[in-house]
Write a protein that binds this ligand. Structure first.
Ligand code: FMN
Length: 692
């Protein structure tokens, strides 16, 4: 039952003409599915509603074809033909008694219009400000353009209402749309009635809000999403200025949804921001308005949430990532099952779906994005189909997820771990600078295993093929993880590089095991390009080494652009006096130094270093899997039916891949394989229009 401390979170909140049944509010978030996978998306939102979020919003929805953000895959409301896809989502949300919100977006000078090939528009003649450096400019809107755009917005509002949405947003946040661009002096240099003074810069936002309100009357609520600070000082929107703007139209929208801009400041990873990091910025808003306020801050703690409401900082707890990691977070608070909450680790792998135009994924919640594609559910999994017990070897993220999911199916599971603790790579990595929140991957699964008497865990249990054959479990999953290589093989070098016998070469596995490089000057060669190279450099600099970071890429940890961390990582490395050398190839490790070359010209340069940490690639710990495969003829006699290698032990990848692999093993055990020639997931096919 619910702890009375959290009663406050379950009070209904009036938002204009509609009422949220509690204070849990899933703010807009994209998902890489959008117009390509509308049914998968509708189901994903439906599961959030089922999990108790009183308001479930779309991602930003392109309101007109003249402002689309290809290659990002968002929803579209370009014309009436887009209504059914959106209606399907609103219906799914309503099925579970929640309110459906839609965020209408006109990206303006934020999108190069690669698909529609229309000329982007904004307040000024300026280069398109997407996440890259598109060689496209937006043209300055004249007053007729502004009138036309208001008409388009209104048409989209009416379509959204027809699709069945209860909340229709005015989106002025994140520097991602035309309204923000008009608000900010950074983009708006106009001298007409839409530029200059505060009143003029908010004019369009006011007009759009008034027109939206008038169009929906008392059928829908109109929230306004605005960023209270761009973290650029007075060069961008800043808190005092935005508070004045809010003050000027305080009672106009039905709800204020307040965030930071840009998006990368709003959705900061746990490496760079704590839970509740936005509180200092948003805490002044409520005293400016009598309308409800929603704020975000990667909130996973119900105590923190209840305190936020009690302190009068917000009325509704906004969440994107916590609702991705645990679509059932509100229900779990309501039912007093706090130990079951799957807390977001703040890794932003969810964001990478967007940046790579692929369906959303989550490290903590491997069912995210698979609700319809695979029929997976974050809280339900079908009961076991046989009584055959399962042995899982390795308690890293893949093994742990497989064990808890199979345990919930009712199988007798034996989890054998070579070490003395659960977690594998996650336990090690969570000890590195900035990654402590990642231990939640382990903690959550441990709490689940504690509730499953049918799962037994053995530590110090380094099994050989002989042991496994001796046990005779009918099903065996090998989840033995991977180890960082020490031979230089990675993206650039597909064969080992020359390494002098007396050279000091370490890998991240060595560092995580507590070994430190000899000497004072250490180089980190990052040919992995995700977080590990940057984290290694950070750790070594903190330990007092003179640290050199080498990468063949143009920048540190370049793949973290997809988690919106790259600029923060590069800044942190530079602030720690780590020398960064980009476009550099490490070709050989010599005694006391490195043979390097420029990746373009090949011009060689020897660099002095007492030791090098090679962050390149990993090798699966596959000996057990190979030995078992070699003993295949003996399986039947031992009672073994299947041996399946999962996660990093099969092919090293992200932790999200590992939990997904564990889940997949558990979901597919004793399931009918898809008929020959069919795909292992559902997909939506575009229907062909008749040929003229
Ligand atoms: N905010 C928007 O206003 N529109 C979006 O389309 C949008 N897409 C997002 C996609 C992802 C994957 C994430 C994680 C966030 C997105 N956001 C978007 C920002 C969130 O609404 C939210 O403000 C931010 O993530 C901070 O909240 P959180 O800490 O609860 O995640």
């Amino acid at each position: 039952a619910r702890d009375p401390r959290y009663d406050i979170l379950f009070e209904p909140v009036r938002i204009g003409p509609v009422t949220a049944r509690n204070r849990f509010y899933q703010v807009p978030h994209c998902n890489g599915m959008g117009y390509r996978d509308p049914t998968a998306l509708a189901h994903m939102r439906g599961v959030k509603a089922e999990g108790g979020w009183a308001v479930v919003c779309t991602e930003q929805v392109e309101l007109h074809h003249s402002s689309e953000i290809t290659p990002f895959i968002e929803l579209r409301l370009w014309d009436d033909r887009d209504i059914p896809a959106l209606a399907r989502m609103a219906d799914k949300i309503h099925e579970h008694g929640s309110l459906a919100g839609i965020e209408l977006a006109y990206n303006g000078m934020n999108g190069p219009n690669l698909y529609s090939r229309e000329v982007p528009m904004g307040p000024a003649h300026l280069p398109v400000a997407t996440f890259g450096y598109d060689p496209v400019q937006a043209r300055r809107m004249d007053l007729a353009d502004i009138r036309t755009l208001r008409k388009w917005h209104l048409e989209a509002v009416l379509r959204a209402r027809r699709a069945g949405f209860d909340l229709i947003y005015v989106y002025a946040a994140h520097a991602l749309g035309f309204l923000h661009h008009f608000l900010s002096r950074r983009f708006n240099d106009r001298t007409d009635e839409y530029g200059g003074s505060l009143e003029n810069r908010i004019r369009l936002m006011r007009e759009i809000t008034e027109e939206t309100k008038a169009a929906v009357g008392d059928t829908c609520a109109v929230p306004l999403r605005i960023s209270v600070d761009e973290l650029l000082g007075e060069g961008g929107l800043y808190r005092e200025e935005v508070e004045d703007m809010i003050g000027l139209m305080a009672e106009l929208p039905d709800l204020w949804d307040v965030t930071l801009a840009g998006w990368e400041n709003d959705s900061r990873t746990s490496r760079f921001a704590e839970e509740g990091a936005q509180e200092p910025f948003i805490s002044g808003v409520k005293k400016l308005t009598s309308k409800p306020v929603v704020g975000v801050g990667r909130y996973t703690s119900p105590d923190r949430m209840a305190a936020l409401v009690r302190k009068g900082i917000v009325d509704l707890i906004g969440a994107a990532r916590p609702s991705i990691a645990d679509p059932f977070l509100p229900r779990k608070v309501e039912e007093g099952r706090l130990d079951d909450i799957r807390e977001c680790i703040g890794c932003n792998i969810c964001v990478s779906g967007d940046f790579t135009s692929s369906p959303i994924r989550c490290t903590q919640n491997p069912t995210m994005g698979e609700e319809w594609r695979k029929g997976w559910h974050p809280e339900r999994i079908r009961p076991k189909a046989t009584d055959k017990p399962v042995l899982i070897v390795g308690a890293g993220p893949a093994g742990l997820e497989a064990a808890q999911a199979l345990g919930k199916r009712g199988y007798a599971v034996t989890l054998a771990e070579a070490g003395t603790a659960l977690g594998g790579r996650v336990r090690q990595e969570a000890g590195l600078p900035g990654l402590s929140a990642w231990i939640r991957v382990v903690d959550h699964r441990k709490l689940q295993l504690d509730q499953l008497p049918n799962v037994e865990v053995f530590f110090d249990s380094r099994l050989t093929a002989e042991d496994v054959l001796g046990f005779g479990f009918p099903r065996v999953a090998v989840a033995t993880g991977a180890t960082w290589r020490r031979d230089g093989v990675g993206h650039r070098h597909t064969r080992p590089i020359p390494i002098a016998p007396d050279a000091a070469v370490l890998s991240p596995s060595d560092i995580m095991a507590g070994r430190l490089p000899p000497g004072r000057r250490v180089a980190v060669w990052d040919d992995d390009h995700y977080y590990m190279g940057g984290v290694m450099a950070e750790l070594l600099a903190e330990k007092g080494y003179e640290t050199l970071y080498l990468t063949p890429a143009s920048e540190a940890s370049t793949w973290t652009r997809n988690t919106m961390e790259q600029h923060l990582i590069q800044t942190r490395l530079l602030e720690k006096d780590i020398a960064i050398q980009a476009f550099r190839s490490l070709d050989a490790v010599e005694a006391g130094g490195l043979a390097t070359s420029c990746v373009f010209t090949g011009r060689p340069e020897r660099l002095e270093a007492d030791a090098v940490v090679l962050v390149t690639a990993r090798l699966p710990e596959e000996q057990l899997a190979l030995d078992l495969a070699a003993r295949r003829p003996d399986w039947a006699a031992a009672g073994i039916e299947s041996v399946t290698t999962i996660g990093d032990a099969l092919a090293p990848a992200t932790i999200a891949h590992a939990t997904y692999a564990g889940r997949r093993y558990a979901e597919e055990l004793d399931a009918e394989p898809p008929p020959e020639g069919t795909l292992p997931f559902r997909r939506e096919i575009t229907s062909l229009v008749p040929l003229d």
